[in-house]
Design a protein. Structure first.
Length: 149
């Protein structure tokens, strides 16, 4: 495979690894209805199945990992800058994904979770999970990238 294609593959792999960790967190976090947050992820694609929620989450994790490579590959120089960009990337996806897109897909207004007291702990847990995702993604990608040099 061409070097550029391999970077995308490595970004996807790092995204899936980070997504597995974040997904385990979501599996343990409960939505206000008492179900795991992963069930809420499944509702985005009109399902109640945890398996569907996981598959959708991991697909998105891989795609977001590839987007990370497209946007930030040339800016990653070391662990410090890498973790910094990982945190920013995680926060950006929390705003775009969890606060804007997911509520819209579920028929709610953007930032609805921040306006509902029952969802505030979930929103803050989601922020922590997205930051963790970004850090694991960025470090994982850097390690995969360096391992092939």
């Amino acid at each position: 495979m061409e070097e550029k294609s391999m970077r995308f593959v490595k970004g996807g792999i790092a995204g899936i690894i980070a997504g597995l960790v974040f997904g385990m967190m979501m599996q343990m976090m409960a939505a206000p209805d008492g179900k795991p947050m992963m069930a809420m992820v499944a509702q985005v694609v009109r399902s109640e199945s945890l398996v569907v929620g996981w598959l959708y989450h991991l697909f998105n994790s891989a795609v977001i990992g590839i987007i990370f490579v497209v946007l930030l590959d040339n800016r990653i120089n070391g662990y410090g800058s890498n973790v910094f960009f990982g945190i920013l990337y995680g926060v950006a996806w929390w705003v775009l994904g969890a606060m804007i897109l997911m509520p819209l897909f579920l028929g709610m207004p953007p930032f609805a979770a921040l306006m509902m007291s029952s969802m505030l702990p979930v929103a803050l847990g989601s922020l922590m999970g997205h930051i963790l995702y970004g850090v694991i993604l960025s470090i994982g990608y850097m390690l995969l990238k360096r391992g092939s040099q």
